[in-house]
Design a protein around this ligand. Sequence first.
Ligand code: ADP
Ligand code: MG
Length: 244
Amino acid sequence: LENDKCSAKQIKIKAVGDNVPNALATFDMMKNMYSLSPLLMDNLMKSGYTVPTPIQTQSIPIMLQKRQIFACAPTGSGKTAAFLVPIIHHLSKPMNKGFRALIVSPTRELAKQTLRECTRLCEGIGLRPHTFTKINKDKEKFNPKLAQKFDILIATPNRLVFLLEQEPPAVELTNIEWLVIDESDKLFETGIRGFRDQLAIIYKACGPNTKRAMFSATYTVEVAKWSKKNLDGLIAVTVGNRNT
Ligand code: ADP
Ligand code: MG
């Protein structure tokens, strides 16, 4: 963790928006204020997460209050748990309604990594994360009925849009409550137009009440503008310098 190099006090956390929830310095404070489940608390401790990282102190309360967020924090600063913890809290338990949270990752590698962390944090809670593997298998497998046994989808935009564009669509996103765009700086960068169009397709498939969260390592005007335009009641959180 890069943040170990400096004490929490030295790290600048800036949060801009209306009624920003207080940053919470410990997981226990989150547990007390927001009734995080003991299972989730156990899983954090088992992962060795005893103290929340700066981005986690601010993003977890924001998302627990169902506010939309644009978060910028350096690579290695714990952004994965920063969005997974509140999502796992909100989804709470399996519902057999199909995917209720969607995390968009720029690469399959990152998607797999996120899946591993998600699986660890969901242990004993029963929520079932999923990521796509083989393209042909997915096409057959992902008729919406069979997807009911999963709760959280972690996918790259290419694969997701491909499945959405099957006739009939091979994946259903109408029950998505939370949409996270991870490494949004990278996604917007790699073919700005391309990703914008993909995001519009994903976004539309999710329905109007989905809460959205953007996470990135660097502050880019592109993502900031998109967030301002598309996230009602947005809170923008920046940890450290804007461009680390
Ligand atoms: P980012 O997405 O910001 O690049 P990651 O979510 O990949 O960062 O986390 C980087 C590393 O820090 C991972 O090995 C993760 O397990 C670890 N980590 C995350 N949160 C904490 C925490 N609260 N305490 C200790 N380690 C943590
Ligand atoms: Mg990350």
